[in-house]
Ligand binder design. Structure first.
Ligand SMILES: [Zn+2]
Length: 277
């Protein structure tokens, strides 16, 4: 019996109101996850919550151990992951409070380990093979459907699809960078969506990103540009309904055994060289 079937990587605001949350510490061959994992139940589904930035938000996006986070979730039995995150809107119509469920991703990070298959021997002596996985569609179609339906059910019309560009941070974009991102046709900008999505794919996990726009990015408005206070304020105003949408999404996800999406066959015959947990 798995400890959890669904994982949610997000802040403590998502699980702090649940009854009967069990804290577990998980170690991985890749080091420690961002924090303990918190096991709870939503609509009869077992869920593991992981605070992406750690309790107290002490980990900036570039210091998060993304490999340990995804590995830890999988080792508890998780096969479907929801990754809510705060983003900047790159178009005037995607103002604060917009919920966008992206269907594409652009990686503009610079210095993050983004694969389990880097040839480094693990402590147990096993050596990952060279593996090139298909990543044309980075998000789980079933997870996206569940998230979009959950938002509509809460009268929060979501933006269905769009491109999340992920920057290294921790600074926000310059106006020129932001205008360039918008000119490419990209929709929202964040700092954590990569390598979270690709590492999930490498572990054959379904991964769905739910992005909450907390500000218009520097190039999309004429003002001072985004501030951290502004981000926290809008996130705080929307955390309640984002939690409702997340919980409804959890309830709508297929059972692990019933998954019929391409994520389950992500390895496509590649010999990984490592044993997945
Ligand atoms: Zn899937």
């Amino acid at each position: 019996m798995a400890d959890a079937e669904i994982g949610v990587i997000g802040g403590s605001g998502f699980y702090s109101f649940l009854d009967d949350v069990t804290e577990v510490t998980v170690d991985t061959p890749y080091g420690h996850p961002s924090d303990s994992l918190f096991l709870g139940e939503i609509a009869g589904r077992s869920v593991a919550f992981l605070p992406r930035h750690g309790r107290g938000h002490h980990l900036p996006p570039h210091r998060i151990n993304y490999r340990a986070n995804l590995w830890a979730l999988r080792s508890l039995g998780v096969r479907q992951v929801l990754g809510p995150c705060a983003v900047g809107g790159l178009r005037p119509e995607y103002g604060p409070g917009t919920l966008l469920v992206p269907d594409q991703l652009v990686d503009r990070t610079k210095a993050r380990v983004q694969t389990y298959f880097d040839g480094e021997p693990l402590p147990d002596g096993s050596v990952p093979n060279v593996v090139h996985l298909t990543f044309a569609d980075p998000y789980c179609p079933a997870g996206r459907r569940a998230a979009l339906g959950a938002a509509r059910g809460r009268d929060w019309e979501p933006v269905d699809g769009g491109t999340l560009v992920v920057i290294e941070g921790p600074r926000f974009s310059t106006r020129a960078e932001s205008r360039w991102h918008a000119a490419q046709g990209w929709s929202v900008v964040g700092m954590t969506g990569h390598p979270e999505a690709v590492l999930a794919r490498e572990l054959s996990l379904c991964y769905t990103s739910l992005t909450l726009v907390t500000d218009l990015d520097a190039g999309a408005e004429a003002g001072e540009g985004v501030s951290h206070e502004e981000v926290l304020k809008v996130f705080g105003e929307n955390i309640g309904r984002l939690r409702e949408v997340l919980f409804d999404t959890v309830a709508a996800l297929p059972a692990t055994a019933d998954r019929a999406c391409p994520c389950t066959d992500a390895h496509q015959g590649w010999d990984l060289g490592i044993e997945l947990p």
